[in-house]
Design a protein around this ligand. Structure first.
Ligand code: NAP
Length: 305
């Protein structure tokens, strides 16, 4: 049997946890449905240096404190992957493999999941040399040689993190310029363990039981070559998780939720926050702001009903 709440928040990342803190303080009964690690992608981040108030903080530690704050103000947690969201006459029902929840209002803060490069071998070697999380798997690559695919902030930051363990980190990027912030680019360019393979794409990942080598194609010359690697870390962006909610919102061309100028989704009682929303800056600091704004809008909506 399902329990009824004032608000159900889908996603326990910085946006969802902040919303829960605000709603708890507003004395609204709140439940967070989360499918994996509390803190979301933030929890998988080794070190944040741009979250105000902390010179340096681990993503895991920050997640724990945010969760503690949210539960102190009364938020409940349900572990489960949401498969269906339905609008009802008096709110929403959220179906997950952890149970059914109904609430008067819903905040969708489900974040995004790592994008794949879709090359032969990638899926065959997930957990056996192919990884999407350096913090989770980096320590398995002590004194080994790893490739990091991508040229954004995630790729370069994770490459730096992997230098703690790996003997060599090779960044394979499809262009000659990086998308990552200049300060991170400068760090990787002077790091003795990092080398760059630019204008290059991975064509195939090979091995027997574990990854052993990678076929790389130079996109300028068209030449392909095989390189020995023990691991391949893929950071080529993230796909927003909107599938169960897409019938209730407008999606942008990149698949994110397009908010209206007043910050609403278009469906009364449904709000959205964090990486699932189309916006300009995708940072923990902005996710926290989104969560606070969504919670405040929710509170206002519920007080009118
Ligand atoms: P991103 O900025 O979208 O970068 C993705 C990278 O992957 C790009 O370099 C892209 O190449 C490459 N790429 C995409 N598809 C590919 C494919 N099929 N094959 C090979 N390469 C491919 O993603 P992100 O680095 O995950 O960052 C996401 C957001 O989080 C950004 O807004 C970023 O600023 C933020 N972030 C910030 C920090 C921080 O420390 N402040 C840390 C992590 C993330 P092209 O450049 O050629 O398109």
């Amino acid at each position: 049997m399902s329990q009824r709440y004032d608000v159900v928040i889908v996603g326990g990342g910085p946006a969802g946890l902040t919303a829960a803190i605000y709603l708890g303080r507003a004395m609204l009964s709140t439940i967070i449905v989360e499918k994996g690690a509390i803190g979301g992608l933030m929890a998988l981040t080794d070190k944040l240096e741009n979250y105000p108030g902390h010179e340096t903080v681990s993503g895991g530690d920050l997640s724990e404190v945010m969760l503690k704050q949210a539960t102190r103000f009364g938020a409940q947690m349900l572990m489960g992957t949401v498969t269906k969201v339905e609008k009802t006459a008096d709110g929403f029902t959220v179906t997950s493999d952890g149970g059914l929840v109904s609430a008067r209002s819903l905040i969708w803060a489900a974040g995004s999941s790592p994008r794949r490069i879709d090359v032969p071998g990638e899926m065959d070697f997930v957990g056996r040399g192919v990884s999407y999380c350096a913090v989770c798997d980096g320590a398995f690559y002590r004194n080994l040689r790893v490739a990091v695919v991508g040229g954004g902030d995630s790729s370069l930051k994770e490459a730096l993190y992997l230098t703690r363990f790996a003997s060599e980190v090779v960044i394979i990027h499809r262009r000659a310029e990086f998308r990552a912030k200049r300060i991170i680019q400068e760090e990787i360019r002077k790091h003795p363990k990092i080398t760059l393979m630019l204008d290059s794409v991975v064509e195939k990942i090979m091995g027997k039981d574990f990854v052993e080598s990678v076929t790389v194609k130079n996109v300028k010359s068209g030449e392909t070559s095989d390189h020995p690697f023990d691991g391949v870390f893929v950071f080529v962006g993230y796909t927003p998780q909107t599938e169960p909610i897409k019938h209730l919102v407008t999606l942008s061309p990149s698949g994110r939720i397009q908010l209206r100028p007043d910050g609403t989704t278009g469906t009364p009682g449904l709000f959205a926050a964090g990486d699932v929303v189309e916006k300009v800056v995708y940072q923990v600091a902005t996710a926290v702001g989104d969560g606070a704004a969504a919670a405040t809008a929710t509170e206002r909506y519920l007080s009118g009903h």
